[in-house]
Write a protein that binds this ligand. Structure first.
Ligand SMILES: Cc1cc2nc3c(=O)[nH]c(=O)nc-3n(C[C@H](O)[C@H](O)[C@H](O)COP(=O)(O)OP(=O)(O)OC[C@H]3O[C@@H](n4cnc5c(N)ncnc54)[C@H](O)[C@@H]3O)c2cc1C
Ligand code: FES
Length: 286
């Protein structure tokens, strides 16, 4: 697959930067880039300013977009100040500009008929799920959401987002909010109660693998947005590869920045332990 054909590189202005719990909710004036972004797509932002040694762009899932208003098109991100790049980004004031490439990657598929959808997010993995929830609800689907994190402060669930879903379940590892434990512990009950047809997920790879196990046992379709580390974000460096089985059954190391981040969970070889699985196309026979 090739880079998202709607992608463009732009200097964009920060029009809002607010700290919300452990995250920064940032809004950028992006013009018509907002028109082309779909839930699941991400952007790659250059960090550190001119002359910085941080040459790798940082990838961020698109939280929401608006294609009109005072600033023309806007695009929203939820950023955790984690390492050098994200700390630099979240410290920028209003009206500062950044170099952004987007929208990138694949998007979540929206069913043509109303369905019962379960949306599952871990940490900042909740970001792309709210725009997805709005689209699904507009199409008449039932939308239940589960958000998990290590503790209460790391849950990103804004009020307007809660209104976009039929039910919201929170889990935390330390029990400081919602049910104590990980998101997967509440999934079987929710799947049964809401007669779930499809699971959409985004979060750490271990969480996605555990969700796929449940999806496989229950025969439910699972679309997931993987968070494999990315260096270029545009398909040239091969940093972000994951083993994926294609329709013909051939295993290929696929780039999650162009063949993903949204993938069919059933096609990912989750237990490869970061290695190239035996039989992968193009790999030497050892
Ligand atoms: C698809 C996707 C969506 C994401 N969405 C969000 C989001 O919505 N919100 C959020 O807060 N974060 C998100 N992230 C994580 C984000 O891209 C950064 O990894 C995170 O912010 C930490 O970056 P940093 O600069 O603060 O940390 P640092 O530790 O300074 O840098 C980590 C970044 O550099 C890259 N990197 C560093 N060294 C190497 C190397 N040797 N080879 C290859 N790559 C290297 C990593 O891939 C990573 O992106 C997402 C990541 C991906 C892949
Ligand atoms: S991040 Fe470079 S190929 Fe995907």
């Amino acid at each position: 697959m090739k880079i998202n054909r709607r992608a463009q590189q732009r200097t964009v202005e920060i029009v809002s930067n607010k700290k919300v719990g452990a995250y920064h909710h940032m809004i950028f004036a992006v013009g018509d880039m907002a028109l082309h972004a779909l839930p699941g797509n991400f952007v790659a932002i250059s960090v550190g300013g001119p002359g910085s040694a941080m040459v790798l762009r940082r990838a961020f899932a698109i939280y929401r977009t608006h294609d009109r208003g005072n600033y023309g098109g806007t695009l929203e991100l939820v950023v955790a100040p984690h390492g050098q790049g994200s700390k630099w980004l979240t410290a920028l004031p209003m009206h500062a500009t950044v170099d952004m490439v987007g929208p990138l990657g694949t998007n979540f598929g929206i069913p043509t008929e109303p369905v019962n959808a379960l949306l599952v997010g871990g940490g900042y993995g909740s970001a792309p799920l709210f725009g997805l929830a709005e689209l699904l609800k507009d199409g008449g689907s039932r939308v239940d959401m589960v958000l998990g994190a290590s503790s209460a402060g790391k849950i990103y669930a804004p009020l307007e987002g809660k209104r976009a879903v039929n039910s919201m379940t929170i889990t935390t590892d330390d029990g400081s909010a919602g049910t104590k434990g990980q998101v997967v512990s509440v999934l079987p009950g929710l799947i049964e109660r809401h007669n779930v047809d499809i699971i959409y997920s985004c979060g750490p790879m271990a969480m996605l693998a555990a969700i796929q196990d449940i999806a496989a046992q229950t025969g439910i379709i699972h679309q997931c947005a993987v968070e494999e580390s990315m260096a270029c974000g545009i398909g040239v460096c091969m940093t972000c590869v994951v083993p994926l089985r294609d329709e013909a059954g051939v295993i290929r190391m696929s780039r999650s920045c162009v063949d993903g981040p949204v993938m069919d969970g059933a096609n990912v070889l989750w237990n490869s332990g970061g290695k190239i699985p035996a039989g992968t196309y193009g790999a030497p026979n050892v």
